[in-house]
Every structure is written in structure tokens, then in C-alpha cells.
Ligand binder design. Structure first.
Ligand code: SME
Length: 159
């Protein structure tokens, strides 16, 4: 796979990412293959997205689906635990600028400094979430939130 950020070419705009995913949603029959494509695209196009994964809600447990980055111990997270659990329970995006200062944080990698978790919601129901870790402190901006909330809507329609 091409890794644009590692060769210094210009990253896609948020609109470009959304439109690429919209097209791929229409063209890809298997929802899981589509989720895999989405995490790969996000990781490739944003240099500060160091770990990108999707958790799907099964009962009251978040179960790790496709991801890019180091393997994590947290493949099943109860709704009451972690930043992941907090975002899914509230049905709202959570941005943590300094994971080491947040008592909810479940550590995956020692390098991680910041995290964003964006719920995937359809008809008011949380289906899962996009979870992204960054090795850069306070890495996530309002632009990232807008991009990922848009991506979450595209994913929700496909799940
Ligand atoms: N940090 C998350 C756990 C998942 S890992 O980031 C992959 C949390 O606190 O819920």
C-alpha cells in the first residue's frame, strides 16, 4: 500500500477523503472490507493518526474490528471502561489532549499521547466507534473532529 505521508506528498483534503469513502461504500459489498479500507485511508492520509481502529458494539461490549497500527490488548472493552467506553456511552465524540492525565485511559502503546473517539450512530443508536491514537500531544483539532464525524456517518450507513 502507498503511504503518502511517509513520502511527503500532499495529503487528501477532508472533502476528498469523504468523497473517496462515499464512492468506495457504494462499490464495496462487504461491510467489513469497507471498514478496512476506511481505517487504511485515514491512517495513510493523516500523519498524526498513528493508530486507527473501529470498534463495533456487541451488546454492552465494544469489539475491535479492522485496525491499522500495533496490536492492542484491548480487543473487547466494556461500555463502562476507557475513553472508548465513555464515547460510546455518551454517544458523543471525545478528544483527549493528554491521555496520561485522563484516569479513564486504557493504554495501548507507550508512545500514545492523544486520542479521539467518534461514535458511529444510526437512527440514534450507537453501532460502534472510530478510535484514533496519536503520538503527538494535543494532536486532534476541530478539523479532525469534523472529518471523522463525517466519516462516521458514511460508515453508519454501511453497517
Ligand atoms: N485507549 C482506549 C483503548 C483502546 S486503544 O487506544 C487501541 C481507551 O482508553 O478506551
Amino acid at each position: 500500500m502507498t503511504r503518502n505521508h511517509s513520502v511527503g506528498s500532499k495529503p487528501m483534503t477532508s472533502a476528498g477523503i469523504s468523497s473517496a469513502l462515499g464512492e468506495s461504500a457504494a462499490a464495496t459489498k462487504d461491510p467489513r472490507a469497507f471498514l478496512t479500507e476506511a481505517v487504511r485511508l485515514l491512517e495513510r492520509e493523516r500523519a498524526h493518526f498513528n493508530w486507527v481502529g473501529i470498534y463495533l458494539l456487541e451488546g454492552d461490549t465494544l469489539v475491535l474490528g479492522p485496525f491499522v497500527g500495533k496490536p492492542t490488548d484491548h480487543v473487547r472493552i466494556p461500555l463502562g471502561r476507557g475513553i472508548c467506553g465513555a464515547a460510546a456511552s455518551a454517544g458523543k465524540t471525545v478528544i483527549v489532549d493528554d491521555v496520561n492525565a485522563d484516569p479513564r485511559y486504557l493504554a495501548c502503546s507507550l508512545e500514545t499521547r492523544a486520542e479521539i473517539v467518534v461514535p458511529i450512530i444510526r437512527d440514534g443508536k450507537v453501532l460502534g466507534e472510530i478510535d484514533i491514537d496519536s503520538d503527538t500531544p494535543a494532536a486532534f483539532t476541530d478539523d479532525d473532529r469534523l472529518l471523522l464525524e463525517g466519516v462516521a456517518e458514511i460508515l453508519a450507513a454501511k453497517l
